[in-house]
Design a protein around this ligand. Structure first.
Ligand code: HEC
Length: 162
């Protein structure tokens, strides 16, 4: 049994060491201020501070890669979260993401923070400061709702013109 345990440990160490060879790309694509969300709409400074603090690491091109994102297999998980986070919503590239409709994108932001789905629990475990207070959640939603109605107005005006 002891021998078995020792062998398992050796195998584990070898596997973890071998895993380090597979290094995911940790990219921060270039920043173009014209593409940032704040170039597209007015973002209340307090809300911007909240989003930057709690969302930027996975939903912007300004990711601060933690030291453990160098160590496999954690590096794979972190890179996966950042890549799929950016694909869903990228504050540095506001026009992109799964929701093409700006109003939809905004209401998803409110929904995710209200439901406590975002920031992800695995993230707040390592970044407790990223947790949102209930006041912050309210402020984010007040902002998304006011912006969404602006967006709806402009779309409506356009429709009226037709
Ligand atoms: C640790 C990385 C991480 C952080 C931090 C994070 N997200 Fe996400 N987010 C993801 C990933 C990964 C997805 C895609 C998979 C999913 O929906 O769980 C996602 C999806 C989303 C979506 C799309 C959900 C949908 O179903 O359409 C929204 C909106 C969102 N996040 C908003 C936020 C906001 C707002 C914050 C900050 C308060 C935030 N996220 C913080 C990783 C993150």
């Amino acid at each position: 049994m002891k021998k078995w345990l020792k062998l398992s440990l050796i195998i584990l160490v070898v596997l973890v060491a071998a895993a380090q060879v597979v290094r995911p790309a940790r990219t921060n694509p270039p920043i173009d201020p014209k593409k940032h969300i704040s170039a597209h709409m007015q973002v209340d400074p307090a809300v911007m501070a909240t989003l930057s603090r709690a969302c930027n690491d996975c939903h912007s091109n300004q990711t601060e890669w933690p030291w453990y994102s160098n160590v496999a297999p954690v590096s794979w998980l972190v890179a996966h979260d950042v890549n799929s986070g950016r694909k869903e919503l990228n504050l540095s590239e506001w026009g992109t993401g799964r929701e093409k409709e700006p109003g939809e994108r905004l209401s998803k932001i409110c929904k995710e923070v209200t439901d406590g789905e975002m920031p992800m629990a695995t993230y707040t475990l390592m970044h407790p400061r990223a947790k949102l207070t209930s006041t912050e959640v309210q402020n984010v939603c007040r902002w998304t709702k006011s912006m969404a109605s602006n967006v709806a107005e402009t779309t409506k005006d356009k429709d009226d013109d037709d």
